[in-house]
Design a protein around this ligand. Structure first.
Ligand SMILES: Nc1ncnc2c1ncn2[C@@H]1O[C@H](COP(=O)(O)OP(=O)(O)OP(=O)(O)O)[C@@H](O)[C@H]1O
Length: 355
């Protein structure tokens, strides 16, 4: 006779490939029901953006079908994103589970493009996502999300003023662009930065979020320090380009995050190769090749993906329609979606392995 115990027993050897632990021991199998020859249960993944969802479901089905008289296995998939560990000297944000910084050694490498598309790709999987644009030099994520004319509403809450984030493409957004005068010189924006970052963290009506993504200013400056010292971070991502010089900048970024106790979850190489729109099967390595791979190897952190240089990606940004929404089948969108899933997987592994 098949019963709940025998189902859990055959599922026990099935592991989560990222965490390398039994799904049963991780409490990811719940609500086992048996109805004649049909076994059903809920598989609770550690992120809605799980890149290995199909493999895990297939492994579960195969395992349960070993039992006698089982004709059908119905797996209902949901997700509960784990909360990153709290740190005694840093103040978490109520309702926000994981904060991920997107950084780069220098400007113009596509950090904002990555931040916006990763955020939207995560939201497309069903995750609850917020985005902070903390880039004083080029706060352009609002425009990339079609929110160039948005204004933040200030509400009076029990603890003082609270900002209501703007919302589009499934993303809650607050941006330096909403608060600063675009004609104001960067040198005057600098001193405001720390205060604004703290306000963006703690005085925004974020609600419940699985991921809060922060688009950092380029380099290793005050914003990084303020953020890392104020709030516990799930990790940082370093965006780079294939050129050799980028290695040096990335190394500096890695050192800084390590000194601040922030795990660097991986490197993303942008503008890896050019795909001409009229010859989509061709690839040109405009900036050389293998730089991201080499950087990742030398720094001992994973390469999470490579994004091609595509005209549509820039046009999407200019039109306020991220490429993962406008052309999800394009090579750059596919790369960004895979990177978003890889980031989500790394965040889950980091959160669960520290518990
Ligand atoms: N893979 C790509 N293909 C085509 N265009 C791209 C790609 N990545 C970025 N771009 C374009 O390059 C420009 C710079 O990108 P982005 O603003 O994302 O860089 P950044 O690193 O955030 O820059 P900054 O430091 O100024 O904030 C934008 O116009 C963007 O649309």
């Amino acid at each position: 006779m098949v019963d709940t115990h025998s189902v859990l027993d055959v599922l026990r050897p099935v592991q989560d490939p990222e965490l390398q632990k039994s799904l049963v021991e991780l409490n990811m199998i719940r609500n086992v029901k048996i109805d004649g020859g049909t076994v059903s249960f809920t598989l609770v993944l550690t992120t809605p953006a799980c890149p290995l969802r199909e493999f895990i479901v297939e492994d579960c089905q195969k395992a349960v079908k070993q039992l006698p008289d089982v004709e059908e296995v119905v797996v209902d998939v949901t997700a509960e994103t784990p909360q990153q560990q709290s740190l005694p000297d840093r103040q978490g944000i109520d309702g926000v589970k994981n904060l991920v910084a997107i950084s780069s050694g220098k400007g113009g490498v596509g950090k904002s493009t990555v931040a916006v598309n990763v955020a939207v790709a995560l939201a497309q999987t069903g995750a609850k996502v917020g985005l902070i644009d903390a880039d004083i030099y080029g706060p352009n994520t609002a425009a990339m999300l079609g929110l160039a004319d948005a204004k933040v509403m200030v509400q009076q809450g029990p603890q003082g003023e609270v900002l209501e984030p703007a919302f589009n493409h499934g993303i809650k957004l607050v941006s330096m662009a909403f608060l600063i005068d675009p004609d104001q010189p960067v040198i005057w924006r600098g001193p405001m930065l720390n205060g604004i970052i703290r306000q963006f963290l703690y005085q925004v009506n974020w609600g419940e979020l699985d991921y809060l993504i922060v688009d950092m200013p380029p380099g290793t400056g005050d914003a990084q320090l303020t953020l890392a010292q104020a709030v516990p971070m799930a990790g940082a991502i370093i965006v780079t380009t294939p050129q050799n010089v980028a290695l040096l900048d990335s190394r500096r970024g890695l050192k800084m995050f390590q000194q601040l106790g922030v795990p660097v979850l991986g490197i993303v190489e942008n503008m890896s190769y050019f795909i001409p729109p009229d010859l989509p099967d061709r690839q040109y390595d405009l900036f050389g090749s293998g730089g991201g791979e080499k950087t990742a190897q030398e720094l001992g952190i994973p390469l999470l993906g490579c994004i091609p240089l595509e005209i549509n990606l820039r046009q999407g940004g200019d039109r306020g329609l991220p490429i993962v929404v406008a052309e999800p089948e394009s090579a750059s969108a596919q790369a960004l979606i895979a990177i978003a899933k890889a980031i989500a997987a790394k965040v889950s592994v980091a959160a669960l392995s520290r518990h």
